[in-house]
Design a protein. Structure first.
Length: 424
């Protein structure tokens, strides 16, 4: 069984789950529920995609002349299950975690900066706050036991199977009803080293093919990153055939949470915008389990991290924009938003060849039901699908219990809503 090898990390106090009753403790979580959910992935809504494609042929423009904007319109319609697609309620979720491997000098900053940046998100002073304000997106930050970093993965597994599975379930909590697209990002000192190790394990090559400057390390720092990644691969040799094992051994809590959020979005038929290198590396774990697991995802931008282009080729994705960014924080969502918004507005605000006039978008949009906060965990726990899941999501067994609030070790913070921008 995955995670049963003798060198597995022993869970920290409480990592087996919250206590129930007099001293009782829940059995450790496993990847079994994740694998079950991966076998239940819904496909796109072909009728909505067809309607979007038909609409393109009726607009006052040469066929195909708007290129990828037309593709985006069809992609959004297919995964939202509606035509025209909507971008009225975008959500940005940033997952933050700390890594034990940071002690190896692979980052230009100490691990304490992760907590400082989380507070900056909350206060509205980070770049992503300004980008979210610009595109009217709701920003949430999710802290994952920042005071307890994962283990140094160059010496042993970063997480136990229990910790990794619970972190994935925690990421599923970020997926609620009532928003139209999910943009995912991360914050975690040293997580580009983790991302490079994951990619090297999943797709091969040498450590130097995947490492990059991250937060701005010098040449000596790059050499340390390559050495650490190489040492990690040697440490875990022969135990990296399973993508989920790659995630738990070489990843981090925030990467596991991102993978869980992507999976939950798929079950809820919610399109996803992926940020840069680290976020895409977390998604690549699901791709290696199922080549169609990321069909509901689009990569917002190409990171300046050298490994990101190589990774996009490996998972057969083409980013929306290329602006040499390498910030993380889901900042690619702000950069890619104009393109996504263009794809959304194209079918309902463009002139119609049949009528020779611009259509009133209000006539094209279906009436929206009143939105009330209803978390994804409730849908899972009750066996009910979300509004967009069209009854396709079935009760996932113990994964429902995990997603119903039993966070890894009971140490994870709930979502913290952030200011959209700082006060001048």
């Amino acid at each position: 069984m995955a995670g049963s090898n003798g060198d597995d990390r022993t869970p920290q106090n409480g990592a087996g789950g919250p206590e129930h009753g007099a001293g009782a403790q829940e059995a450790p979580a496993t990847f079994d529920e994740i694998r079950q959910l991966m076998g239940e992935l819904p496909g796109p809504d072909l009728a909505s995609r067809s309607a979007a494609a038909t609409r393109q042929q009726q607009l006052t423009k040469p066929r195909g002349s708007l290129g990828r904007l037309e593709e985006l319109a069809e992609w959004l319609a297919a995964w939202q299950g509606t035509h025209p697609p909507r971008l009225d309620r975008p959500r940005v979720a940033v997952f933050a975690g700390n890594h034990g491997v940071a002690a190896r000098g692979v980052s230009a900053y100490p691990s304490e900066v992760t907590q400082q940046m989380v507070q900056n998100f909350i206060d509205g002073g980070a770049a992503i706050n300004q980008l979210c304000a610009n595109c009217d997106a709701d920003l949430r930050v999710y802290e994952l036991a920042l005071d307890q970093p994962t283990e140094d993965f160059s010496q042993g597994p970063a997480m136990s199977e229990d910790e990794c599975a619970r972190a994935m379930a925690y990421g599923m909590l970020a997926v609620e009803e009532g928003f139209d697209v999910m943009a995912l990002g991360e914050m975690g000192i040293a997580n580009t080293t983790s991302a490079a190790a994951i990619c090297c394990a999943l797709f091969g090559g040498s450590p130097t093919d995947w490492i990059g400057p991250g937060t701005g390390v010098d040449q000596a720092g790059l050499s340390r990153k390559a050495e650490v990644v190489g040492q990690a691969l040697a440490t875990h040799a022969g135990q990296l055939d399973d993508p989920l094992e790659v995630l738990r051994r070489l990843g981090g809590l925030e990467l596991a949470a991102i993978a869980g959020a992507i999976l939950a979005c798929r079950l809820a038929r919610t399109p996803v915008l992926l940020d840069g290198f680290t976020c895409t590396a977390a998604a690549a774990v699901l791709y290696q389990m199922d080549r169609h697991a990321l069909d509901h995802c689009t990569v917002a931008h190409v990171s300046a991290e050298p490994g990101h282009r190589r990774l996009l080729q490996a998972i057969e994705k083409r980013a929306l924009v290329d602006l040499d960014m390498r910030l993380g924080e889901a900042s690619g969502r702000g950069a890619g938003d104009p393109a996504a918004a263009g794809g959304r507005h194209l079918p309902c605000r463009h002139g119609d060849l049949r009528r020779g006039r611009r259509l009133d978008p209000r006539l094209e949009l279906d009436a929206r039901e009143e939105w009330t906060p209803s978390s994804w965990k409730l849908a899972l726990a009750s066996g009910r699908s979300s509004r967009r899941a069209s009854g396709r999501c079935t009760r996932p067994g113990r994964a429902a219990k995990l997603a119903a609030g039993q966070s890894p070790g009971g140490q994870l913070q709930g979502a913290r809503r952030c200011k959209r921008s700082c006060t001048p």
